[in-house]
Design a protein around this ligand. Sequence first.
Ligand code: PXP
Length: 246
Amino acid sequence: MAQSLRLGVNIDHVATVRNARGGKLPDPLRAAALATKAGADGITAHLREDRRHIVDADIEALMRELTIPLNFEMAATEEMVRIALRHKPHAACIVPEKREERTTEGGLDAAGQHNHLKPMVARLRDAGIRVSLFVEADERQLEAAVTLGVPVVELHTGRYCELEGAAQKAELERLRRGAALCGRLGLECHMGHGLSYADVGPVAAIPEVRELNIGHFLVGEAIFVGLEVAIREMRRLIDEARKGST
Ligand code: PXP
């Protein structure tokens, strides 16, 4: 039997809707509380450099009020390291960030940025934060993660979700190989980005995967069925796929 699979709910886009009007509603903290009630195992929030969705006050409120772990997504900058060290969230996931991108495009170049990342990872780790790197399912990147001393990587599922047919199958195979390599290297394997009801099953069935982080689809689906119902349905699909995995 595969080990249990945690669901991290990313609430960034509740903040996107709030910020469209500049007021206080909808409140990402209320979304986090509902997600908790619906069975989320953790809350994920990405404080981007331009604060386009989550803002500093959201992180403060989440750290104060959350009853489940916060996974703080951050770029590898001095500003973000300082914020993470101030709040000491359960986990910090280092992601690549470009100002002009619409969402996180591609994984972090952990191998190419080794010298930049090493001291940042060490400072976060020394503060007791569980550090992960958001990377492509690529041998070079996974080996770099080991060298950097992180316990966790999150493999980027964006391309898998965008592709169709044989190309999607090939990308799923690449994710499977990446997850298996994580197992051999002693890295805990998470996955996320772009996942929806339509494509979560095959990823959830990969036995080495221990956590999925899902946001945009759930917030979109919440418009039609409510956040709690959307999360419960995602949880059901994940559990069902997991049952069939070995
Ligand atoms: N994991 C990481 C590292 C991300 O950067 C994001 C997007 O912020 C997600 C998961 C969630 O992706 P989505 O919102 O497309 O479900």
